[in-house]
Design a protein around this ligand. Structure first.
Ligand code: ADP
Length: 614
């Protein structure tokens, strides 16, 4: 964790700028994909939006054209024409305006519904992706940043992009209508319309690109901020934050990140709006020059009063439509950039998990590590070196070693969360890599040291251990019984139906040792698991409880192999086979009696601990 947040960087070198220019053009390619996404999610809504958008685009210029007819009819009536004709024009305009109102309402309605549906659909896709990521990917900060960024923007950007595409369509249709009206007056009028709007667009595109780069380079800061929010506002960190009185410092750091982010935002917002104002003044100048020209032409009798009215309206609304069109394109560009983050995440290649075997070659072969070495991605030193281990069905292996000696890493390799850098691990005579991942995982029950305390009901906290029996109350009880957790859980106010944790109403909190029993029960849900792995499963229990649990486990073991990590020699000594790890290597191995006789590290540590009890 950095002490002070690093400043966000804008690209400086030409190579970086070139890469971003490439981004710019690539970004526009995401629109069809966003459309497909919306089409798959809600085809009828999207089709509805399209129809209403076309109507809303075509109506304004039609209304302006009707206005021209109305004014000319009134002028004609003043000169003795039929006043009924003017009334008919009014009625027509009224009908069209009503239709426009309805179209605009429906557009908004469809948008609201699509917002909800699309936001949800995108989140589902993100989580589907997250569930397929391998552990190494999850632990990689680049992937994690991508995930954070995508989640932050996921709900809004695809909809934003679609709305803007429809805006482009609507305003293009409007503009064509207004241009047709203006064309009848003078081609120069159309040109003035375009010239006034273009600079605003260029400025918009430029600034939205800059905003996106800031957002992108800032991901680590944003993630740190999110993390601090979690620390300050979540129950599971409140205890420690309070005791160490760490809160004010956290808040201070949080503020500093904000301050830095705000400074950058402020600078950009300033420039954006300064240019916005200058260009808007310019556009208004062009507009009123054109008005003056229209007024002079009409005064000289070259245009009818109706033509002038329609011209003014076409100019004013045309300019608005043009501005909206350019803004939509600018926004489209921006949404495209942000959406690229989402698609980048969704396009991460799935991590191949090869292997098809669902059974071993020899059920009696047990578990075997053959010269297994492993280095974490990006780490300089190997976490494990040349590990050789052999475990037969029914046997218990205990791993002993100081913190950081590689015990948990060994378990992660066994669970196939990571792949050995060299050497191989065999279960029933077959390399783990040949096993079908799902079949393999069903054979292994693991309790990690940092197991999860789910804010679900008690029974489900046990049930997650075997998805096939997630809701099976009889199995919960059986597993809890074996883990000596049944009495605790049955004694809760609603028994196994009691909500655990503090996040939700009526939740009951368990003690550390009670949670460990629940975790043990979770691992024991896999009745047919061949291997049970216990990473310090009883560290929060008293010594008597630990002995009781291990006796129970041994009674129920059958052919099941157990791997146990513990710092308590009272438990370790009961294992059939003990391996001492030091710096990622097995330095001693054998039974308790053998290791004592060898007078090595094990014997020394055992004596030290025994000393403490005398
Ligand atoms: P133990 O369980 O014996 O306390 P571990 O297996 O957790 O030890 O750690 C062994 C070594 O691997 C340590 O040096 C630790 O820093 C390193 N390590 C553990 N987890 C990771 C990880 N996810 N990424 C990189 N290095 C790790």
């Amino acid at each position: 964790m950095a002490t002070e947040p690093a400043p966000a960087r804008l690209p400086r070198s030409p190579a970086e700028a070139k890469a971003l220019a490439k981004d710019f053009f690539q970004a526009f390619t995401h629109a069809p994909r966003a459309m497909r996404l919306a089409w798959h999610t809600a085809p009828r809504l999207l089709a509805g939006m399209l129809v209403w958008t076309l109507l809303a685009g075509a109506l304004p210029s039609t209304i302006a054209w009707v206005g021209r007819g109305l004014v000319d009819a009134v002028v004609a009536a003043q000169r003795g024409g039929d006043p009924q004709s003017a009334v008919r024009w009014v009625a027509l305009e009224f009908a069209l305006v009503l239709l426009l109102l309805v179209a605009q309402r429906w557009q908004l309605l469809c948008q609201s519904l699509l917002r909800a549906q699309l936001g949800h659909a995108v989140h589902v896709r993100i989580f589907e992706k997250a569930l397929t990521l391998s552990l190494p990917k999850f632990e990689d900060s680049n992937t994690y940043d991508l995930l954070t960024r995508a989640r932050r923007e996921a709900a809004t950007r695809p909809l934003g992009l679609i709305i803007k595409l429809l805006n482009v369509l609507q305003n293009t249709v409007s503009l064509l209508g207004f241009s047709a009206l203006l064309m009848a007056l003078s081609p120069w009028a159309v040109l003035a319309l375009v010239v006034a709007g273009l600079p605003a667009f260029l400025a918009e595109a430029r600034f939205s690109g800059e905003a996106f780069r800031l957002f992108r380079y800032r991901a680590p800061e944003t993630r740190m901020q999110l993390y601090m929010e979690t620390l300050m506002a979540r129950e599971d960190s409140a205890k420690e934050v309070k005791v160490y009185q760490f809160g004010p410092r956290l808040l201070d750091r949080y503020q500093k990140i904000y301050q830095q982010v705000y400074e950058e935002d402020r600078a950009l917002t300033w420039r954006r709006h300064r240019w916005g104002l200058i260009l808007a003044i310019l556009a208004t100048l062009v507009l009123y020059t054109a008005f003056a020209w229209l007024a002079l032409q009409t005064a000289a009798g070259a245009l009818t009063l109706g033509a002038m009215t329609a011209g003014l309206l076409a100019f004013k609304q045309g300019q608005t439509a043009f501005g909206a069109l350019l803004q939509a394109i600018g926004g489209l560009y921006e949404d495209n950039l942000y959406i690229s983050t989402l698609f980048e995440l969704l396009d991460l290649p799935p991590d191949p998990e090869p292997g098809t075997a669902t059974s071993g070659l020899d059920p009696q072969a047990g578990l075997r590590f053959e010269r297994v070495s492993f280095t974490y991605p990006g780490a300089a030193e190997p976490a494990l070196t040349n590990i050789d281990l052999d475990l037969r069905p029914g046997q218990t292996l205990a791993l002993v070693g100081a913190n950081g000696s590689g015990k948990t890493t060994l378990i992660k390799l066994l669970a196939r969360l990571y792949q050995p850098t060299s050497g191989r691990i065999l279960l029933d005579g077959r390399d783990l890599q040949e096993w079908q991942p799902a079949a393999l995982r069903l054979r292994i029950g693991v309790i990690f040291q940092d197991f999860l305390r789910y804010q679900f009901i008690a029974g489900e906290n046990v049930g997650v251990g075997d998805d096939r029996h997630f809701d099976d109350e009889a199995r919960w009880k059986e597993a809890a019984g074996e883990a000596a957790a049944h009495e605790t859980l049955a004694g809760l106010p609603q028994g196994y139906q009691t909500q655990l944790g503090k996040w939700f109403d009526g939740g009951r909190e368990l003690s550390g040792g009670q949670w460990q029993r629940v975790a043990l029960a979770r691992a024991l849900m896999r009745k047919d698991a061949q291997i049970l792995v216990l990473d310090e499963p009883t560290s929060a229990m008293d010594a008597a409880a630990e002995v009781e649990i291990f006796d129970r486990l041994q009674d129920h073991a059958g052919g099941r192999m157990s791997i146990l990590i513990s710092h308590r020699f009272s438990t370790v000594r009961r294992a059939d086979f003990i391996a001492v790890l030091d710096g990622g290597r097995v330095t001693e191995a054998g039974s308790h009696a053998e290791l004592l006789a060898a007078h090595g590290t094990y014997a020394r540590l055992f004596e030290q601990q025994a000393e403490g009890y005398r």
